[in-house]
Structure formats: structure tokens, C-alpha cells
Design a protein around this ligand. Structure first.
Ligand SMILES: [Fe+2]
Length: 164
């Protein structure tokens, strides 16, 4: 049986990836002159990223999945260091994206906003891919049943579908 925490992490990654794809599709349509820029949509999507991935999803990974895995596997240390640093960097990148959007809103070029958004989406996809393809398999290999019981409980308490 797949641990509920793994199903929740994968579902949350899919939701985050869909929101990023929606942002990029809209920017591409605006650049192509097919749609008017919907600034409310950008703000709503940034608010979602702040409310769910930043406040719930990444902290749960850091505090439960990564913390338990560090205890059980030395091998996982380097990738967990990298991913935790990316959680910190992701928060900074989101602040920067809001700034770039404000500049665009006040008459700036959409290209700068588009570049920042594309770089942000690519770094998030890469990050989630490493969690799905490297961290989860290591966790399945090394974590004990007691570890999973604690992790599953934490992930089920505030899964993002309940929070959003
Ligand atoms: Fe993460």
C-alpha cells in the first residue's frame, strides 16, 4: 500500500504544477495578443502559492519527510540540503515575482515578467521532480513504519485540499 503522505505529496505537486502551467499559458497568450492581461488572475495564483505550497506543503516536507529521512539515511543528506535551500530560495523568488508583476502593472515590459515567471516555474518543476524521483524512493527504502505513521498523520491533518 502506498503511504497516504506520498499520495498527498504527489497530488499537491500536481496542483502546484497546474497552477504554474496556468500562469505560463496566460502570459504566453498575453504576449501573443490573444488575451488581455488578467492581473487579478496573477495575484490569485501568487496568493495560492503563498498560502499552500509556501505555508503548508514545503514546511511539511521539511519538518516531517526530510527530518525523518535525514535520521535514517546519510545518503539522503546532500539532496535534502539542496531541496531545503530551494524551499528558502523559492520564497524569495515569489517575492521577486510579485515585484516584477507590479513593475509590469505600472507600465513595464511583459518580457521581464515572463522571464522571471518561466525561470520560477522551471525551478519549481525541477525541485518537485527531485522530490518525486529521488527523495520519495529513498524514503520508501529507509523509513520505518513508525516514521511513516508520524509523517502520514502530519500530512493528513492539513492536506492542501482542505486548506484551500
Ligand atoms: Fe519541496
Amino acid at each position: 500500500m502506498v503511504n497516504p503522505a506520498i499520495t498527498i505529496i504527489r497530488d499537491e505537486h500536481r496542483s502546484i504544477a497546474s497552477v504554474l502551467k496556468g500562469l505560463l499559458n496566460h502570459v504566453a497568450a498575453v504576449k501573443a495578443g490573444k488575451e488581455e492581461a488578467d492581473l487579478f488572475l496573477f495575484k490569485a495564483m501568487f496568493d495560492y502559492i503563498e498560502a499552500v505550497p509556501e505555508r503548508i506543503h514545503h514546511p511539511k516536507e521539511d519538518e516531517y519527510l526530510f527530518r525523518f529521512l535525514r535520521r535514517r539515511s546519510e545518503e539522503a543528506g546532500a539532496i535534502l540540503d539542496e531541496l531545503e535551500a530551494q524551499h528558502v530560495k523559492g520564497r524569495e523568488d515569489l517575492t521577486d515575482l510579485r515585484k516584477k508583476m507590479a513593475e509590469y502593472e505600472s507600465g513595464g515590459d511583459i518580457a521581464a515578467f515572463d522571464r522571471a515567471l518561466t525561470a520560477y516555474a522551471e525551478s519549481q518543476w525541477d525541485h518537485m521532480g527531485k522530490e518525486d524521483n529521488i527523495v520519495i524512493p529513498l524514503a520508501e527504502k529507509y523509513l520505518t513504519e513508525e516514521d511513516w505513521a508520524a509523517i502520514n498523520a502530519a500530512f493528513e491533518v492539513n492536506r492542501s485540499s482542505n486548506a484551500w
